[in-house]
Design a protein. Sequence first.
Length: 216
Amino acid sequence: MAETAASPTSEKNLAAQNLAVRTSPARQLAEAFASGSLAGTVELAEVPFLTLVGLRAQAGSETAQRLAAVTGGLPAHCGGTVTNGHTTVLWLGPGEFLVVAPTEAHESLGGDLIQALQSALADGQGQVVDLSANRTTFELTGPRARAVLEKGCSLDLHPRVLKAGTAYSTEVANIPVILWKTGEESFRIFPRASFAEFLGRWLLDAMREYASPEVP
């Protein structure tokens, strides 16, 4: 008896169910993030399961041009970012980039971003690597977000130096991260999954001065 192929809708529903049972690297801190945040001052949350794709391609090469056609462009300088709709490409180094896209852009949920990038790479010199499980994302927002980061980050975070829409590889609390300033008072922090709990707890402690009614 011939097997009936699963419909795209059923495959998408199955993928959504699989996503629902996944455990994010900082899931155990969700309640602490909520109780340790103070609206209008500083707030911390995990944004789990974003689609993260590492790209390598020589600047100006045909490979880079094909990849840029998929993402809407590649940043050309240190700290640069290029946003196209809900997808942003961060500059990590000469010829090295990180694509950040919504969860549903991942091929396991029926998205075609990774497949499109792999097709654009073809047999050209470069790399397209799915890094979605390699890191998680913390979102730190509010007027005191910069002050919290300044307790453990050596970058000059003053707005005259670090503009909204820039991203750098750096360290926060001695943990290697990618720091992306998404707005005037908002940051996204990308630690490796294995460092997520430590960094999450460090950020909570650094926030306590501003978010807790009791100053330690």
